[in-house]
Design a binder for this molecule. Structure first.
Ligand code: MRU
Length: 349
């Protein structure tokens, strides 16, 4: 299986997603600052993947801090957490992973510095391996929703590259194929960063899963022609009312799906649930650099002087969401109840 994130003990190696599918290079991040920059600069991206990477960044930073006593190690932990939390604002998995590392730190601190360093490394590795297992569980739940012969539209990349491996939305597609179903995928190219064209298309071609690449503005056309049966995406943060935040353009796809009577499914682990917020309105939406819009692969396509907006995510209101698939099952409206029940069954497990 493709290794999105590799822990080398003294570095975090990341497949550099900025250059896929043209170059399969790993960038070795040798300190916490380099790990944080890799998240901000989209060397690694995708909600679960940035959580795993931040956890390794903290473990690495602590190891290199040279601190010999509990109090100064705690100060390092604080500043590393702040560094990682400042990388990207929207995907809650990042903050979930940081909180989990902080909690583990507090459990370990009374056992001495060596125990903390080893334990924090183990915790980051657990977050990584659990993510793959969770994706497989989501795949199994989600595959039951996919009819044989389904033609599935997806947006952005919610695959192995966006996670520790296997993927969320693409995990469901992989599981459907493993269950013997024939499927066809339509991948939106996903302007401006082209996660669909560069990453989703690449993953599916490698897996021999039939995939057709379309530009984002073609989705409605193919739905109207009856060539799409369902939509499956990932998510970066899900509010307690079931509002789904995901890559910019997901909302438009969900509106189109509703108009054409097609189911819209979001696939995300419970670490993507943010039950502290009541609706998607409270989710901070990252605005990225104007160059992502004015340029494609380094080539300018817009005039100098034009104003640019570049929100990286949007919110799909829960009324457009047919169901949310997580590792503990499938949630449907009313989401205020179903999401809480599934998140709890996670804690009990
Ligand atoms: O800006 P990105 O590429 O990090 O955005 C990624 C997405 O929007 C994905 O759909 C989401 O993180 C789910 S990935 C399993």
């Amino acid at each position: 299986m493709l290794e999105t994130i590799r822990w080398d003990g003294d570095a975090v190696a990341l497949i550099d997603q900025r250059y896929l599918p043209f170059k399969e290079d790993y960038l070795s991040c040798r300190n916490a600052e380099a790990v944080a920059a890799a998240i901000t600069d989209m060397v690694v991206r995708g909600a679960p993947a940035i959580g795993v990477t931040a956890a390794f960044g903290i473990a690495l930073g602590l190891k290199q801090s040279g601190k010999k006593d509990a109090e100064s190690l705690r100060q390092s932990m604080e500043s590393l957490s702040t560094l990682m939390a400042g990388t990207r604002p929207t995907a809650v998995n990042l903050f979930w992973a940081i909180d989990r590392m902080k909690k583990r730190f507090e459990e370990l601190i009374s056992s001495g510095v060596e125990a903390v360093l080893a334990g924090m490394e183990r915790e980051a590795v657990s977050i990584q391996t659990e993510d793959i297992e969770i994706n497989r569980r989501m795949g199994a739940h989600g595959a039951e929703l996919v009819p044989d012969g389904a033609r599935i539209l997806t947006h952005c990349n919610a695959g192995a590259l966006a996670t520790a491996g296997y993927g969320t939305a693409l995990g469901v597609m992989r599981a459907a194929v493993e269950a013997g179903k024939k499927i066809e995928v339509f991948a939106d190219e996903t302007r401006p960063f082209l996660q669909g064209a560069r990453l989703t298309a690449w993953e599916l071609v490698q897996d021999n899963i039939p995939v057709t690449l379309i530009t984002d503005n073609m989705a409605g056309h193919f739905m109207a022609l009856g060539e799409i049966d369902m939509v499956i995406t990932g998510s970066d943060r899900i509010a307690s009312n079931g509002d789904v935040c995901n890559k910019i353009g997901t909302y438009s796809v969900a509106v189109l799906a509703k108009e054409h009577g097609l189911p819209f499914y979001a696939v995300a682990p419970t670490s993507t649930f943010d039950l502290s917020i009541t609706s998607g309105k409270e989710i901070p939406i990252e605005e990225r650099s104007p160059e992502e819009v004015t340029h494609i692969q380094g080539v300018r396509i817009a005039p100098e002087g034009v104003r640019i907006r570049n929100p990286a995510f949007d919110v799909t209101p829960s009324r457009l969401v047919t169901a949310i698939v997580c590792e503990n099952g499938v949630a449907q409206a009313p989401y205020n109840e179903s999401l809480r029940a599934l998140a709890k069954s996670h804690q009990a497990a």
